[in-house]
Design a binder for this molecule. Sequence first.
Ligand SMILES: [Zn+2]
Length: 190
Amino acid sequence: MIRLHRPTCPRPDRLTAGDYKHADNKAALIDASSGKCMYCEAYVRDTSFGDVEHIQPKGRYPELEFEWNNLGFVCQRCNNAKGTKYEDRMPYINPYSEDPNDSVVASGAYIFQRGGSERGELTIIDIELNRTELLERRQELLNRIQKAIDKCFRTNEPLRSSLLSQLKEEAEAKKEFSFVVGARLALETF
Ligand SMILES: [Zn+2]
């Protein structure tokens, strides 16, 4: 999970009209997370269209159903895992309004709570941020990153610099699972 910046709502009139998933508004949310789920950072549109998520569930907070600040873009797996769970006294990490880095940390393919963060722990458990499918996909990516790291160290200039900049691109915010890749690359001194 990485910090996201909430875009301006392109069509507030549609929200007022009672439509929380108008195509233009959904597109703005998709763009804000580079097409990734706000929680698990998987590219959503590889396998589905993705959901407009109510951070505070609309069933229990009907007054927030059409509130722009309560909407996000998620994959169906995270949406299903979260369901209608949400507690005001311990809200899930909200990457649109805070830096997830304060509450969670990546180690290998796993996400852990940072510094004993209870909100981080609850987010990981309830949204299933270490579910098998995610662990497998992150591990595959990390294996590929490892090969690229090895190649950087075993290659001489000027090829080394080119390989290194390619490698660093893998940790950019637009890339899938960039949180995990960034944590791996931070362990190296290039
Ligand atoms: Zn997800």
